[in-house]
Design a protein around this ligand. Structure first.
Ligand SMILES: *Cc1c(COP(=O)(O)O)cnc(C)c1O
Length: 230
């Protein structure tokens, strides 16, 4: 299947999920996860009107972004992968949202690098809800403390939460994690921490984005269903 058809198919499934949940489709954005795929895959998707892309690896992102910019400017990039503090400087000013902030030291480095540019970074706090040691993310019980600490950084804005739940083939087994993330966001919102909003919920991937939308996702991160297997 051509990329245009894959994008159309994913968009129509997103719209259906919105309809089932009584949600406005404009409230859910598709992040096309282009990791390991060449710049050409991105420019093809751009030509089909897909403008938002997610990348996981800093060096790959920097190179790909430059290649894409040369032939087709206009892409918006999110960083969704595990992030080391010493690599943050390569992202500054180049991504509009970092989904994967799970520790204060990382937020402090984002503060430093975006501050140098006189800009404010939008970030999400990544939650680890499955208790998997192999995965990044902060435990639900520590989210409030991290949100309050990050809120004190003037060049970093917390815009919501992200989760990478345990893997299950059956989306119904992932759904409880999506629901939990939304409930955590509602709780954090109710605390009215200055500079912290919960307007974004980044959850759902190729296998389960419809369930995520039904549970409140505002950003779905979809790779395989758009670009094929990696
Ligand atoms: C790779 C990746 C995705 C996309 O996964 P697919 O199953 O290919 O849709 C989403 N989120 C994160 C954090 C990823 O690393």
């Amino acid at each position: 299947m051509a990329i245009a058809e894959r994008i159309a198919a994913v968009r129509s499934r997103m719209a259906e999920a919105c309809r089932r949940a009584g949600r406005d489709p404009a409230g859910v954005r598709l992040v096309a996860v282009s990791k390991t795929k060449p710049a050409q895959a991105v420019t093809e998707a751009l030509a089909c009107g897909q403008t938002l892309f997610g990348e996981n690896y800093v060096q790959e992102f920097v190179e790909k972004r430059e290649q894409v910019e040369q032939v087709a400017p206009g892409a918006e990039w999110h960083f969704i992968g595990a992030l080391q503090s010493n690599k943050v400087k390569y992202l500054a000013g180049k991504v509009t949202l970092i989904h994967s902030v799970d520790r204060l030291a990382l937020a402090e480095e984002i503060e430093r690098q975006w501050g140098k540019l006189g800009q404010t970074a939008d970030i999400l706090l990544e939650a680890n809800l499955g208790g998997e040691a192999s995965k990044a993310g902060v435990a639900a019980s520590s989210l409030e403390e991290l949100a309050r600490a990050v809120a004190r950084l003037p060049h970093v804005r917390v815009c919501g939460l992200m989760v990478l739940p345990p893997f299950f083939d059956d989306p119904e087994r992932v759904r409880p994690f999506f629901r939990e993330l939304r409930q955590l966001a509602e709780h954090l919102e109710s605390l009215k921490i200055p500079q912290v909003t919960m307007r974004e919920l980044s959850m759902g991937m190729s296998g389960d984005f419809e369930a995520a939308i039904e549970e409140g996702a505002t950003l779905v991160r979809v790779g395989t269903a758009l670009f094929g297997a990696r």
